[in-house]
Design a protein around this ligand. Structure first.
Ligand code: SF4
Length: 227
């Protein structure tokens, strides 16, 4: 049966803890869907992932890293040449410029290592906040924030964890209520949930373990009448 909405701060805190507990039960071992062998490979894959699918990116990166095995190889290639290699991921001219620019910057200013702080990473071409959080969280295990992509935006609103639509504001709300040690896993779990059940149109609420504590207006199933 769907529970009534929390009425005060302690009930809200308890509800968030319950959401996290149920996410752990639904998605205990999830991680990033982008195949990568090191932080640089993940940064490249994350740049390629914009407006693309993980399947497509994972299909492109093995040949890409076979052709350009080192950071220096990426720094040396002309963007218009690299663009042909990543054409199938879409927006290839901008992505190629970002990747070549990122390789040059990391060699020139960070000793050839992808930096480990969000402040430094945000200065690297192609690494906006979402990308930086993915790389720091997944490649280094550093909880710099919560990754806010389209799934996290949609589901955080459905679960009443934020009322915002701007990703920076959503992240600000989430880091206030999600314990820091859960930031990395929470992002992965919600992204998986957004693909598996809580899809944009017609979420599969009848199969969702969060249903009894979810009040989303576009739920497709209510285990008791809406209050
Ligand atoms: S109950 Fe439905 S809307 Fe709520 S989190 Fe689950 S799938 Fe999403």
């Amino acid at each position: 049966m769907t529970k009534s909405r929390p009425k005060n701060a302690s009930e809200r805190t308890a509800r968030v803890a319950e959401i996290l507990r149920r996410l752990d039960s639904m998605y205990p071992d999830v991680t990033c869907a982008l195949t990568h062998g090191n932080p640089w490979a993940l940064l490249v894959a994350t740049i390629l992932f914009a407006q693309c699918t993980d399947k497509r990116v994972n299909a492109v990166t093995p040949d890409l890293f076979a052709k350009y095995p080192t950071l220096s190889d990426f720094a040396a290639v002309r963007p218009e040449v690299l663009a042909k290699d990543i054409r199938s991921t879409g927006f290839f001219n901008n992505k190629a410029k970002s990747i070549v620019g990122a390789a040059k910057k990391i060699i020139a200013e960070f000793g050839g290592k992808v930096p480990k702080t969000i402040e430094e990473l945000l200065t690297v071409p192609g690494a906006a906040r979402k990308t930086a959080n993915v790389v720091l969280g997944t490649a280094y295990g550093i909880a710099s924030g919560v990754v806010v992509d389209t799934h996290v935006s949609r589901i955080s609103r459905r679960l009443d964890l934020t009322k915002q639509s701007d990703p920076v504001k959503i992240e600000r709300d989430l880091v206030k209520i999600i314990p820091k040690e859960k930031w990395i896993l929470f992002s992965h779990q919600i992204i998986h949930h957004g693909r598996a059940l809580c899809v944009a149109r017609s979420p599969r609420c009848v199969d969702c373990q969060l249903e009894t504590i979810c009040y989303a207006k576009d739920k497709t199933y209510w285990s008791s009448p809406q209050k």
